[in-house]
Design a protein around this ligand. Structure first.
Ligand code: PMP
Length: 361
């Protein structure tokens, strides 16, 4: 089979060297005679792997010592429930910044557990979507926390500033931006991310939480969503998704070998620029997001003649460019270009787009 480039938004492509290594040690990991997925999570071999993975993530993100790193189940949506259960005491409310479909979904779930103030911060600049600066957000100084989504996977909207909340704890759904660019973890109270974009396969969720926020959970919090319990048991109170954790460990090693987050950030900027520059230069395609908020990871774009959408998708697939259909809520196309996507994949997409435009203009 000829080479394909998979632009899926998640589960997304994983780095080839990671997949090759996983394949080579699939049946016999670390000379144990077993697959890593067959080993006890509490055995010394897996415990060593698990703590090395945590250390590698701490190194990659410069996570301060007063933060716990949890390896959880339940995906991003699991955290939509876990965050209010752990951080929203009765009688308080939380501010939820709405910038697109995932931050909206977090509101809908959060409302099951407490009082949520939904804060719309989307604005229009010359017909393009943009996010108001955080200094203009209508925030409640007494909120238990502010929740936001720095990168809206469906909408392709990214917030590059760290919102200023005047001391109110900041919670971020980094599912589709974690490890794509440098961030200062100390500015956040809690960060969470489903693994299936920049970390590994689905089934694993990373939570990075400041220690002083532990222990305030609602009484009815299911034990697998209780951050304090999870932290006290090193993410092993219940059986963790060990194979996903192992693959994440390989992804962290791969990222370190490339030069860490600063190196991948440069790579990601180069890839995004290549694609957005072409879209902007072409009359055949358009972006509907203002330059100030264009996602580095998820690039939605539209054909000016939307009747050509099906032909575009089917010819792209024939050319080995997969999963470019935009989410049904926004239509059009979307190229997800996470850390594992090589620049050759983006170049192949741009070449295809040029050719398709020339043939159909
Ligand atoms: N938040 C964001 C930003 C996402 O992109 C996604 C999934 N694509 C989710 C939350 C939900 O994650 P999950 O499907 O792992 O529950």
């Amino acid at each position: 089979m000829s080479e394909v480039f998979n632009f899926c938004a998640g589960p997304a492509m994983l780095p080839k060297p990671v997949m090759q290594r996983a394949q080579s040690e699939f049946l016999n990991w670390n000379d144990s005679g077993c697959s890593v997925m067959e080993l006890s999570h509490r055995g010394p071999e897996f415990m060593a792997l698990a703590s090395q993975a945590e250390q590698d993530l701490r190194d990659l993100m410069n996570i301060p010592d007063n933060y716990k790193v949890l390896f959880c189940h339940g995906g991003g949506r699991g955290q939509f429930s876990a965050v209010p259960l752990n951080l929203l005491p009765a009688g308080k409310s939380a501010d939820y910044i709405v910038t697109g479909s995932w931050s909206k979904a977090a509101v809908v779930e959060g409302e099951k557990f407490g009082r949520i103030r939904s804060v719309d911060v989307i604005t229009d600049i010359n017909g393009e979507k943009a996010v108001k600066p955080s200094s203009d957000w209508d925030l409640d100084p007494n909120a238990a926390y502010v929740h936001y989504c720095p990168n809206e996977t469906v909408d392709g909207i990214e917030i590059f500033e760290v919102p200023q909340t005047n001391g109110v704890p900041l919670v971020a759904d980094m599912s589709s931006t974690i490890l794509s660019r440098q961030i200062d973890v100390s500015q956040f109270a809690l960060i969470y991310a489903g693994a299936q974009k920049n970390i590994g396969p689905s089934g694993l969720t990373i939570v990075i939480v400041r220690e002083d926020l532990l222990g305030q959970h609602a009484k009815a919090t299911p034990v697998i969503m209780d951050y304090e319990k999870t932290a006290n048991f090193e993410s092993m109170f219940n059986t963790p998704p060990t194979y996903a954790w192992y693959l994440a460990s390989l992804v962290f090693q791969w990222l370190k070998s490339l030069g860490g987050v600063p190196a991948i950030e440069q790579h990601n900027q180069d890839k995004a620029q290549l694609l957005y520059d072409y879209i902007d230069a072409s009359a055949f395609y358009q972006s509907r997001i203002n330059k100030s908020n264009r996602s580095l990871m998820n690039v939605p774009f539209y054909l000016t003649d939307e009747d050509l959408n099906q032909r575009f998708l089917s010819e792209a697939k024939d050319a080995g460019l997969l999963a470019l259909k935009g989410h049904r809520m926004v239509g059009g196309m979307r190229a997800s270009i996470y850390n594992a996507m090589p620049i050759e994949g983006v170049q192949a997409l741009v070449d295809f787009m040029k050719q398709f435009a020339a043939e159909n203009a």
